[in-house]
Design a protein around this ligand. Sequence first.
Ligand code: FES
Ligand code: FE2
Length: 360
Amino acid sequence: MFVRNAWYIAAWTKEVTRVGAFTRTLLGQPVVMFRRRDGTPVAMHDRCPHRFAPLSCGKVNGDTIQCAYHGMTFSDTGRCVSNPTQPDDKIPRAARVETYPVVERHNMIWIWLGDPDRADPEDIPDYYQYDHPDWASDGGHLLVNANYQLLTDNLLDLTHIAFVHADILGNPHVAKQSETQTDVGDRSVVERRIIRDGPAVPAWRLAFDDYDGNVDLWMDMHWEAGANMILDVGVTPTGKARDDGIAIFGLDCLTPETATSTHYFFGAAHKYRSQEPAVTSFWMKALEYAFNQDKAIVEAVQSRMQGEWDILKMNPVVNKADHAAIQARRIVQRLIDEEEQHPPHNDCPAATAPAIQAET
Ligand code: FES
Ligand SMILES: [Fe+2]
């Protein structure tokens, strides 16, 4: 149900601090994260191998974490380094915790929950806008109680903006007009949509406050497997080049929590008026408002699936605008099938991830 050999966002940089441990369930796996003394992040299975207490209930001491139940302490490689309730502090061989490759990049902590030998930081999506000095940006998180692919469908078929987001991102013009182009790669789909020569929708009308004529609205959604997306979206006066208008790069990265719940990491990055924090907070508020509208409709869809997580098994009607999402689903299914055919050669369930140098 998930592509495991892929990088996913585990947390925003700002969510994992030097103060204590942070826990989140990712791809069905409880994960505890904390920072070493040098500030770099560590991620490991959030379950003590002794009596399965969550390690996130314990204490971070330097580069180690101590279980809250009987005090076993684990290093940042997952090795038990202290077992204080045992005679002579004896450490059983199986007292290890699985750790996961993590890389901190662009103000996000990326995690790899698949075969650790295949974790290549070069494969992390290039979202440079989120820590570039010429850009301003911020990020947020929503938990959506729906399968992650329902959200992928939602984000790759932006015809819904005229209906779900009629009060902020839609108007009658965008419901009628749009030209699209879909480009499919080995692990990617790009869906480009342009709506020409219409009044700006409410959010862009507010953002483009020194212009009130008709605009061309573009929305180029870049999807990469597992489920990471970035939307190049903006408006420009009708017929003008994009550089004559204003734009944001909206982050829409989905990390499955379970089969029917998803961490939705969203963000806004902008280069126009990048010295004005009010512009960033305007977009963060607008996006949070809009994505709560998506959350409501997609959770309602999930509830109508009555326990099923794969909508394609339920024979939905297919519209032309579903094309990009169906391509993405095909890629996901192909990657899952490949992983099932080539499982990692790993007979130690508590394997330790290879060291990957974290970036700050
Ligand atoms: S459950 Fe962790 S030390 Fe006992
Ligand atoms: Fe939406």
